[in-house]
Design a protein around this ligand. Structure first.
Ligand SMILES: O=C(O)CCC(=O)C(=O)O
Ligand SMILES: [Fe+2]
Length: 350
């Protein structure tokens, strides 16, 4: 079947000269809330993303090499997990424009966001293997099962934003993510609960599309038919370009597709949740776990961050009942050497 491409018209970005004023337009927000995704082409500064790409290319092996075969799966082996050695990676993770976009999608302030995932993954065009866990041509899925202990709440009350930032052009790598747009509350592709998928409700986890669908046909023929008729038949591919950001949800059907032979597609994956959703797990070691590094990177990041950025990492915001004259001085004592400015917290106290 020829791939169907998302229409360009639905994906306009409300431009502004001033970076600070760049916000997602209402069309993007409605797209994400109603249809389950928004593809935004020019949200983040190119120069920052170029630096991130250079850092990634300095680490990941060139396509076609033996070393590359060790990297055809999820994650960077901690190298690009927040807080990363790559300053660009950290800057993208906490970029004010990204935080504002996520806040606008969820309809909350940036203070009410929490970071739960940030890592930069490679995907090589190595071709399919015989492995049921092969990641090349993914089965269609939702992301919630390995982010959440429960199930996404009603569609109208999303708790999380999933993000893929592409660091290549589509023509160079192909392998565009596919999504199934939700058409409304009665969309047959979006029944409740979301369990017609490998790895959930007692079904084995199978990643490779052909193997997953053969498995589903054997173990749950109704679900297998549903997946063919309502999911694969309706998937749209996100034709990305360098810097495109795909915002989607824990309850959006989607899948990764094969990258072109001998190509290396680099993507930064992030998740932000609403504060207070303890059932949505941080996928990495807690940020404090990096505090004893010799480079003191995490301490510096905390000290240099804005109050909003700190809050996204779980640091209590100004006015929070954690703050007392004593805790304020104690935290100041901890981070003073790194130049922290506690005045917003002090001002909220008095
Ligand atoms: O790589 C992609 O395009 C999507 C990956 C994905 O959906 C996943 O690994 O959960
Ligand atoms: Fe996914």
């Amino acid at each position: 079947m020829p791939e169907k491409i998302m229409g360009k018209s639905a994906i306009n970005f409300a431009h502004s000269e001033a970076l600070e004023e760049r916000r997602l337009g209402s069309a993007h927000i409605a797209n994400w809330r109603d249809n389950g995704f928004a593809l935004v082409h020019d949200l983040l500064p190119d120069t920052l993303l170029q630096r991130l790409k250079e850092d990634a290319l300095g680490f990941y092996p060139a396509p076609g090499t033996e070393a590359a075969t060790h990297f055809n799966n999820f994650g960077s082996g901690q190298k690009f997990v927040f807080p990363a050695e790559s300053a660009a990676c950290n800057a993208v993770t906490l970029h004010p424009l990204l935080l504002q976009a996520v806040a606008d999608l969820l309809g909350v302030s940036t203070f009410e966001l929490r970071l739960t995932q940030s890592d930069l993954w490679p995907k090589y065009g190595n071709g399919d293997s015989d492995d049921a866990l092969d990641n090349t041509d993914q089965r269609i899925h939702c992301d919630y099962p390995n982010h959440s202990l429960v199930h996404p709440p009603a569609w109208e009350n999303p708790e999380a934003v999933e993000i893929i930032i592409y660091l290549n052009d589509y023509d160079e790598c192909e392998g565009a993510t596919a999504v199934v747009p939700r058409t409304g509350p009665d969309d047959p592709a979006y029944p409740w609960p979301i369990i017609q998928t490998p790895g959930v409700a007692g079904l084995d986890y199978v990643n490779d599309r052909d193997k997953a669908e053969a498995y589903m046909a054997e173990h749950n023929p109704d679900a297998a038919n549903f997946r063919q008729q309502h999911l694969y038949a309706r998937e749209l591919v996100a034709r990305y370009q360098f810097g495109s950001v795909l915002f989607y949800r824990h309850d959006t059907w989607h899948r990764g597709r094969p990258v072109k032979a001998q190509a290396l597609r680099l993507v930064h994956n992030l998740t932000f949740t609403k504060v207070g959703c303890d059932w949505l797990n941080v996928l990495h070691p807690g940020w404090s776990w990096s505090m004893y590094r010799r480079d003191k990177l995490m301490e510096k990041l905390v000290a240099e961050a804005t109050v909003e950025q700190r809050s996204v990492l779980g640091f209590p915001p100004p006015g929070h009942n954690y703050w007392t004259p004593q805790t304020l001085l104690a935290v100041e004592a901890r981070y003073h050497a790194f130049g922290i400015d506690m005045s917003p917290y002090r001002a909220a106290l008095s």
